[in-house]
Design a protein around this ligand. Structure first.
Ligand code: ADP
Ligand code: MG
Length: 294
């Protein structure tokens, strides 16, 4: 496209809440035939809230484990951790100092307190440490996951102390935007570090047919690469530190505003609205920009 057409395109982008850093991506956008979306913060609001909590510990014995859970999540930067610390009441919480704290990618966190090992995270984290989950807890966890909630397990050594359900509703515009894109023949994929059941529920809510769950950050980039190898021109939309490798790999990359600085650094475009309808608009804008000079 001519410099003038590009300038007009960049200006139109800004009017539509899309900041275009790299003009080349504007020229490529119309060729995009595969779109990869991160779940949390891209398809969902990204403001997780605890909805339910089931303890295996009697109410009068919870103050210590609750304090440990709080202290562990207070040290984590994960959005789910924030939801949990907001949920645990501060009024009568004991202040404690953890001995060891470790963050396990794609799993959760672990820490030691008074020589006992504590874990907060997904079911894989428990599996890694051979912590059994009883039938009743499993049933409850499955039910929450079918409601598209993320379930976090809290364990001490070999015993699950509590399970926590966290809801992160899908964006009001997600379904429509995805439908528009699919209607234009673009293959839409969702990737998430979350578990398969929750991923399936969210995918169904927004009409996504292809998704991958329990994906590690590097795997997100590999997924994009595999699509490119098959001949797809791939756009990736994400917001987290987790997404930066995949954003760098994609042909066209869009960071969601209010996402992590790294994501915005790497991506060639930034959407300063949470409205996913801006994505089909951006691809349309690319088409118009390129057509202007033909
Ligand atoms: P995503 O950003 O897609 O959720 P992550 O790799 O960051 O992917 O996390 C994967 C999963 O690991 C989360 O869905 C959650 O189950 C678990 N997890 C990670 N960090 C924490 C934490 N601080 N507290 C509880 N669970 C966590
Ligand atoms: Mg994310």
């Amino acid at each position: 496209a001519t410099p003038t057409a590009i300038m007009v395109g960049v200006g139109k982008g800004a009017e539509n809440n899309l900041l275009i850093k790299d003009a080349e991506s504007l020229e490529l956008g119309y060729k995009v035939n595969a779109l990869v979306l991160d779940k949390t913060g891209t398809i969902t609001e990204g403001k997780p809230v605890v909805t339910d909590c089931l303890w295996t510990v009697p109410a009068d014995e919870r103050s210590l484990p609750e304090a440990v859970l709080y202290a562990m999540e207070a040290q984590s930067e994960h959005p789910l951790a924030e939801a949990i610390t907001r949920y645990i009441s501060s009024s009568d919480r004991m202040a404690i100092t953890l001995d060891g704290f470790e963050s396990v990618t794609g799993r959760g966190v672990s820490a030691r307190y008074q020589r006992e090992e504590y874990y907060v995270g997904n079911q894989k984290l428990l599996q890694d440490h051979s912590v059994p989950v009883g039938d009743e807890l499993s049933r409850q966890a499955n039910q929450w996951q079918e409601e598209a909630k993320t379930v976090i397990f809290f364990a001490k050594d070999q015993q699950v102390l509590a399970i926590v359900a966290i809801a992160d509703p899908v964006k009001a515009t997600a379904k429509q935007a995805i439908n528009t894109l699919q209607g234009r023949g673009i293959a839409v994929y969702m990737l998430t570090g979350d578990n398969a059941q929750t991923a399936a529920a969210v995918a169904e809510q927004v009409g996504i047919k292809h998704y991958r769950a329990e994906v590690m950050p590097a795997t997100k980039a590999d997924f994009v690469k595999a699509l490119q190898t098959k001949g797809y021109v791939v756009a990736m939309v994400g917001d987290g530190i987790n997404d930066s490798q995949a954003l760098a790999q994609a042909d066209v990359s869009v960071a969601m505003g209010k996402g992590s600085d790294i994501a915005m650094d790497v991506a060639k475009m930034t959407l300063i609205t949470s409205d996913l309808n801006s994505i089909p608009k951006a691809l349309q804008l690319s088409r118009k920009t390129v057509q202007t000079i033909r």
